[in-house]
Design a protein around this ligand. Structure first.
Ligand code: FNR
Length: 369
């Protein structure tokens, strides 16, 4: 780390998101880069996700002794040093041979919780072995073969994962034009098999032993409903969060149905193009939830001041997505560590300059539209 006055930053490494994306593109094939970078449809939502942050202006407070900002956050009885998670991103061997092993170890360095995707390139048990007791959550894609979903959740629980994130906005794949143009599917190429191949329940459900075919047959589940969520809840003692909530009424339903938390997200603009920017959905949802359950946020977080805005609008924590994936492509574990180091530092500096000495008072930070 280098230092300029009070700022520590990762040297010889892209500073801004634009530079990160450019460097990552040089390292990745066209198919892989298109898969990560692009959004659905005409990419209206992808653009809005980042541009909409500019609609919210921070009105900072002065003279508040911000020398040591308290950035810690407590969720489901566990305290983390920063309100920052790594978002679940599938198939990370697409970016780097060490995939999720590298990114989860980088997260562990900063005690940042790592959310592992169902469609990972390394299994639940491999990630657990690579990261020991550092915090991990498991993101679940429902499976048409229901026992597979339950079994993966059980495996995560046994491996010490602390929560289950059920993604609800992918009942089918979005219309992703870059992937259609490139005829590119990392699932088909076998990048997301690890958790399935290592699951005896899934393997015994296959008729012909073709794992990739089996995943493709199981992963999209248009009939997914609140009844499935209720069944899932019965099967675990871990907190369950729903990822992909954008409507305040769905957030209220989640509270009514005893769900433990939600993640406001539009999947980084990769599912339905034309949906609201995630940051615009956050305020009304936080109001509807009224502190009853934790609200996390992703889709468009690129820098520390974005995190401050999301937290001020009512998020308990934010998840970093594409930025860390680009760090992984550029430099494996070290690349993700550098992205995290810069992001954490910028978040701290932004909180201090906004006059926030503790996250406990962040919702009193004024934003004007
Ligand atoms: C994702 N996302 C995702 N979400 C999920 O629940 N399970 C998954 O396997 C994946 N896989 C995935 C792959 C890639 C390449 C991307 C970019 C995204 C969505 C992810 O968790 C998060 O919602 C978005 O990345 C947030 O948008 P930004 O901030 O990255 O633009």
């Amino acid at each position: 780390m280098a230092k300029v006055e009070n700022i520590s930053f990762a040297e010889n490494f892209p500073i801004s998101y634009i530079e990160l994306e450019k460097e990552a593109e040089k390292k990745m094939g066209a198919g892989g880069f298109g898969y990560v970078q692009s959004g659905a449809g005409g990419e209206e939502t992808l653009r809005k996700n980042t541009e909409s942050f500019a609609k919210y202006s921070i009105v900072p407070r002065m003279l508040r002794n911000v020398s040591v900002p308290d950035t810690s956050v407590t969720l489901f009885g566990k305290t983390y040093p920063y309100p920052i998670f790594l978002a679940p991103i599938g198939m990370q061997r697409l970016e780097h041979e060490e995939g999720e092993i590298a990114s989860s170890r980088a997260a562990a360095v900063y005690h940042v919780p790592f959310i592992q995707s169902t469609v990972s390139s390394y299994s639940i048990e491999e990630i657990a072995a690579a990261t020991g007791s550092s915090p991990k959550w498991f993101q679940l894609y429902w499976s048409n073969h229901e026992e597979t979903a339950f079994n993966m959740m059980r495996r995560a629980e046994e491996a010490g994962y602390e929560a289950i994130v059920l993604t609800v906005d992918t009942v089918m794949m979005g219309w992703r034009e870059a992937d259609l143009r490139n005829n590119f599917s990392p699932l088909k190429l076998g990048y997301g098999k690890a958790n399935y191949e290592s699951d005896p329940v899934f393997m015994s459900s296959l008729k012909d032993g073709d794992v990739v075919r089996g995943i493709l047959d199981n992963i999209h589940h248009p009939t997914l409903s609140w009844e499935h969520v209720a069944r899932l809840k019965e099967k675990t003692n871990l907190p369950i969060l729903l990822k992909g909530i954008l409507h305040p009424e769905d957030a209220k339903l989640a509270v009514e149905k005893g769900i433990d938390g939600i993640i406001v997200s539009n999947h980084g603009g990769r599912q339905l193009d034309g949906v609201t920017a995630a940051i615009d959905a956050l305020g009304p949802i936080a109001k509807a939830v009224n502190g009853l359950i934790p609200v996390l946020f992703d889709s468009g977080i690129r820098r520390g001041s974005d995190a401050v805005k999301a937290l001020a609008l009512g998020a308990d924590a934010v998840c970093l997505g594409r930025p860390f994936v680009y760090g992984l492509a550029i430099g494996g574990q070290t690349g993700v560590e550098k992205v995290l180091a810069n992001f954490i530092e910028e978040t701290k500096v932004s909180l201090s300059l906004a006059g926030v000495s503790s996250l406990k008072e962040i919702t009193s930070l004024q934003l004007i539209r």
